[in-house]
Design a protein. Structure first.
Ligand code: ZN
Length: 495
């Protein structure tokens, strides 16, 4: 399989696309391309010959057929909020799903909704809310990310502990294949044992196997009561102890258990105007805990109070605050959600999105932090995130006063240290952000070789000419950009 594409006459393709979609939905001007050829963190600068905005599944299929006939690659994009370079084009066409943003139907008895892939996640949540239901996928970019991208990357977020990740929230899909055919798998069934699970091939495939155009999503009863707590303790091990006790006491009511180290609180308080210190004292480790229930008489605050007062009495935690008020709850979540964006004010950061078994999560944080500090004295580990899922965003902030580029030049060294520890603990080097470009070469190192071989076979079977998001997840062909985020990835494919 080769990733080198020839395009005898680009104008022919552009003309064909304009004929299929209408002139105004095929953009080639530099200004129109600018938003689509780089990603959020500015790590990758791509290139494209056009951005197209189909308005229907049939139009997506027409674009794919035209591009396939011309041998030109396609990168499908939702909100372009990905964090692994998966949506950056290296030549070819960007297929924006922005116009396909309709909620096709809601079935409250079946507890499902059918939506187009370009629906913004917050709009999906709102449509469920209108029916007094919940679509629980929730992440910081929910105001701009689109559900097709959430499914293509199997997004996680802050409610996975209770509801699962995107994969667990979808019942059916509609997908445009690499040859332009449409697979209508929009079944709204909880049970369907009719052969291989095709849906799960496409969820998490990052646009490399097909283009998701619509989905049937699962809905849940809307929560009627919530209780939120913030705890301060000495170690991640203490936090794990509290998590285990709460899970057995609260069961399904436990929706989120998010871990924050002292450095996270310090950075947010320093750089986010209006952020408020959650507890009076100073602690090395914190956790944000949320319980919710669809039963309006559930006494969640009482439950939290009972468990947390026991843990204070036996010395597991130093302090805790519990709130049922919406304003205080928002303030606590604000602390958690501002970690990523305020970290940029602390200079360079090297990030890892990893998972280990939940029982290992505290040991992982301790071991990886120590190993990184040994490798570079002064480096500031910032390990935070979805503790209850075993998913830690193991970020490293540069030592104070160090040259940013000098720090970032050690990217590979820190990847090796952190990922080796993750691997030894039976973990994953990509928990919820995906592989994209940034972890493509890491995958070769850590993924089971038989699994990699099967992935190659699937890619070859479903996309034999490597048209769909080439160079992402798997390196195919011999002329692909490096997966490293620094330096300049070689542009490939169409010039
Ligand atoms: Zn996360």
């Amino acid at each position: 399989m080769s990733a080198s594409f020839s395009l005898p006459n680009p104008d022919t393709l552009i003309d064909a696309l304009k004929a299929a979609l209408g002139e105004q939905h095929v953009r080639t001007a530099e200004d129109d391309l600018a938003l689509h050829i780089r990603e959020e963190r500015g790590l990758y600068q791509g290139r494209a010959i056009a951005v197209v905005r189909p308005g229907s599944t049939e139009e997506v299929a027409a674009v794919v057929r035209a591009a396939a006939a011309a041998g030109v690659p396609i990168v499908a994009q939702g909100g372009n909020t990905g964090l692994v370079g998966g949506g950056v084009p290296y030549g070819g066409i960007v297929l924006s799903m922005a116009r396909m943003n309709r909620v096709r139907s809601v079935d409250s008895v079946n507890a499902t909704m059918t939506v187009e892939a370009g629906c913004i996640l917050a709009d999906v949540q709102a449509a469920a809310h209108t029916e007094d239901m919940l679509f629980p996928l929730s992440l910081p970019s929910e105001g701009s990310c689109r559900i097709g991208g959430n499914l293509a990357t199997n997004a996680g977020g802050t409610a996975v502990l209770r509801y699962g990740n995107a994969r667990e929230l979808v019942l059916g899909l509609e997908v445009v294949l690499a040859d332009g055919r449409v697979w209508n798998g929009l079944k709204a069934l909880r049970k369907d044992n009719t052969g291989y699970d095709l849906r799960n091939l496409f969820v998490g495939s990052e646009g490399t196997l097909g283009i998701i155009t619509a989905a049937v999503l699962k809905l849940f009863p809307a929560p009627k009561v919530r209780a939120t707590a913030f705890i301060g303790c000495d170690t991640p091990e203490n936090a794990l102890d509290v998590f285990a006790r709460l899970r057995s006491e609260a069961g399904e009511a436990l929706v989120a258990f998010e871990f924050l180290p002292r450095l996270a609180i310090e950075i947010v308080l320093r750089h986010a105007p209006g952020a408020v210190r959650p507890l009076a004292g100073d602690h090395a480790a914190y956790a944000l805990i949320e319980l919710s229930s669809p039963q309006s008489d559930a006494n969640l605050e009482g439950l939290l109070e009972t468990v947390l007062s026991t843990t204070i009495e036996d010395g597991t935690i130093g302090d805790a605050t519990i709130t049922g008020s919406e304003a205080q709850r928002a303030a606590l979540w604000n602390l958690r959600e501002r970690i990523s964006d305020t970290q940029r004010y602390e200079g360079g950061s090297i990030k890892h999105d990893v998972s280990v078994p939940v029982s290992q999560v505290a040991a992982f944080i301790a071991e990886a932090s120590q190993a990184c500090e040994d490798a570079m004295p002064g480096v500031r580990p910032l390990a935070f995130g979805h503790f209850g899922d075993g998913n830690i965003h193991f970020n490293l902030s540069q030592p104070v006063g160090m040259e940013k580029d000098a720090f970032l030049s050690r990217w590979e060294m820190f990847n090796r240290i952190v990922h080796d520890i993750v691997h030894a603990m039976g973990g994953s080097i990509s928990a919820e952000h995906g592989v994209g470009l940034i972890k493509r070469d890491e995958l070769l190192r850590y993924k089971d070789p038989v699994a990699l071989d099967l992935m190659h076979k699937l890619k070859t079977a479903l996309d034999p000419h490597n048209i769909l998001n080439p160079g992402k997840v798997l390196a195919l062909g011999d002329d692909l950009p490096s997966s490293l985020p620094h330096g300049s990835p070689r542009p490939v494919l169409v010039s």
